[in-house]
Design a protein around this ligand. Structure first.
Ligand SMILES: [Fe+2]
Ligand SMILES: [Fe+2]
Length: 386
């Protein structure tokens, strides 16, 4: 979606489109119910999944619980509000808080997308755990680790969290990687598009909605900077999910498990695409350039003042993956998801990336060890003859 400031008229009314989508979804759900019954019968015939497939699904369930936790925090403060069903309330409930306004400046449908992404993650986690149980395997429960204090800003449920969105080191190199013709799986590395260290992606308290406590700052740059951090973080999380599912898909054995990893993985890519556009809108007019005088964060206009050369490496409107080298430098460039190998896209790599992100700041050693154990078992899986 092209960005525009809030309150501008929408070029397209997507409500009718969404309604037809929901009807189609309803029909699909009826079919899926029948399929589920058939699947359980087949599962009983086939018995238990092999250990590799179980390890992959269990790590993915853990990753989805983590995604659900972080996205719920975004949705409570920046989504369309109060767990409204998506088909009933496709726009935020007024009055908007300034975080919703700032997110809407990046895309007028931003709050809807945040709520939708959250519902998707919860559905991924619920499905994976239910599927594990349906195949006689143990589901994953991380609720004992939901102990971190979250935002105290109005809108927050104040419940204890699994993840921490208030001290992030957002890796923004994905923004460059997907505009580059080189590939991490073939040895390439990428600089940061913008440096975001120890920053918050959500309003931590009510003061963050405007300026900060004891500040005379009256502008909106502070909350816009927080929304912009969130935008780059959304992309970082969802590109990681896209690569992770692609890496795991190469290792699963059971065709039904492959259906799951391809199906959910495709949804991660769908999310990623929106957030590529969303983040790009934070670094071009009319939002950028601007500076938050409280945090000191600056967001340049990447069109007129690109932080890297050549400028195409950060061009905000290049939202699809630019063709890059793949398999061998001798082959023609091709537009793909990347990375795809265990080394950069596998489960252990995902845990390292989320940890470096600061998402687990304040978490216990036991939590990190539990996650690492799940990741190592998933990466150890290999495709067997089925
Ligand atoms: Fe997910
Ligand atoms: Fe995701």
């Amino acid at each position: 979606m092209k960005n525009s400031v809030i309150n501008t008229k929408r070029p397209v009314d997507r409500r009718s489109f969404m309604k037809s989508g929901i009807l189609a979804g309803g029909a699909a759900a009826v079919g899926a119910g029948l399929l589920t019954n058939g699947t359980s019968a087949r599962a009983q015939e086939r018995g238990r999944l092999n250990e590799g497939d179980i390890a992959i699904l269990r790590f993915l369930a853990a990753a989805e619980l983590i995604e659900s936790d972080l996205w719920t925090q975004y949705a409570e403060l920046g989504g369309i509000g109060n767990n409204q069903p998506i088909e009933v309330n496709p726009t935020p409930t007024p009055p908007l808080n300034n975080y919703q306004v700032a997110l809407s400046n990046l895309d007028t449908d931003g709050p809807q997308y945040i709520t939708s992404n959250t519902l998707d993650e919860v559905s991924h986690a619920n499905f994976l755990n239910a599927y594990l149980e349906s195949r006689g395997a143990e589901p994953v429960n991380l609720s004992q680790f939901a102990t971190l204090p979250g935002s105290t800003a109005q809108g927050s449920s104040l419940k204890p969290r699994l993840t921490n969105l208030m001290h992030l080191n957002v890796d923004t190199s994905w923004f460059v990687r997907y505009r580059s013709t080189t590939n991490p799986d073939l040895g390439a590395s990428f600089p940061q598009a913008i440096t975001l260290n120890n920053v918050t992606a959500i309003p931590r308290n009510d003061a963050d909605f405007n300026g900060a406590a004891n500040s005379n700052f009256q502008g909106n740059e502070h909350i816009q900077a927080i929304a912009n951090v969130a935008a780059f973080h959304f992309g970082m999380i969802e590109q990681g999910g896209s690569s992770l599912y692609a890496a795991m898909s190469q290792k699963v054995t059971d065709p039904e498990v492959l259906q799951i990893t391809l199906g959910i993985g495709g949804d991660e890519i769908a999310h990623f695409l929106e957030w590529v556009d969303f983040a790009g809108n934070g670094v071009q007019q009319p939002v950028a350039p601007f500076k938050d005088p409280i945090s000191g964060l600056s967001f340049p206009d990447f069109f007129n003042n690109p932080p890297l050369k050549p400028a195409t490496l950060v061009q905000p409107s290049l939202i699809f993956p630019v063709p890059c080298e793949f398999i061998s430098p001798d082959l023609p460039h091709v537009a793909i998801i990347r990375p795809l190998t265990d080394r950069f896209a596998g489960a252990v790599a995902a845990v390292a990336s989320l940890t470096a992100d600061g998402l687990f700041t304040g978490q216990s050693k036991l939590f990190l060890n539990t996650l690492q154990g799940l990741a190592e078992r998933a990466d150890a899986a290999i495709r067997l003859a089925f």
